[in-house]
Design a protein. Structure first.
Length: 192
């Protein structure tokens, strides 16, 4: 008995329609790609809000954080998209759950209601930068102490101590960073 080979049309339908629709429904953070579809306003291509009365505060946090990360870590390529949620309903529409914020590769970041602080936004922009510099797929295979420790340490998160394992990650990254060859952060990180 011969098995039928799937037609090119069926395969194209699967890849172009079914897979993205399933990702949209199941993996809520993917919604950063098109936040307007869940009722989010994007007055600029890089800052989006669920409540336009908070736009000025969101733009200030974004600008400060982008300037900080560029000056203290490394410049970002372009202006990454950041969605600022002031309500739990907005955060829930992106699947934040217990998390304060989430970055989806280099596609964008969602800042939840509890994360409207400079160090949170810097932390997430550092994750964007890691994805740009190391590659999103490569970043998945980097040690957690590096990925999270770098974001907590270099964002100058003032919380002391962080809950474990994050404080341990920050301490391990800080020790590694002190020993790393200055000016070669990304080369050294690539070797991890």
């Amino acid at each position: 008995m011969r098995l039928k080979r799937p037609s090119i049309r069926r395969l194209a339908l699967l890849l172009l329609v079914v897979v993205p629709a399933a990702a949209w429904a199941i993996m809520k953070p993917v919604r950063v790609v098109a936040p307007a579809l869940v009722g989010i306003s994007c007055p600029t291509t890089w800052v989006c809000v669920d409540d336009l009365s908070n736009l000025t505060a969101a733009e200030h946090l974004y600008s400060e954080s982008l300037t900080f990360v560029s000056a203290h870590v490394s410049p970002l390529a372009g202006k990454p998209k950041v969605i600022f949620c002031s309500s739990e309903a907005c955060a829930s529409s992106f699947g934040l759950g217990a998390r304060s914020a989430v970055t989806v590769g280099t596609l964008g970041t969602v800042i939840g209601p509890r994360a409207w602080k400079p160090y949170y936004v810097r932390h997430e922009l550092i994750h964007q930068l890691q994805g740009q510099q190391l590659g999103v797929v490569s970043l998945l295979f980097k040690p957690s102490w590096f990925v999270e420790g770098m974001a907590y340490s270099l964002s100058q998160d003032p919380r002391q101590p962080l809950a474990e394992p994050f404080e341990g990650y920050r301490l391990r990254f800080t020790a590694w960073y002190r020993a790393a060859e200055k000016g070669n952060l990304w080369r050294e990180a690539g070797a991890l």
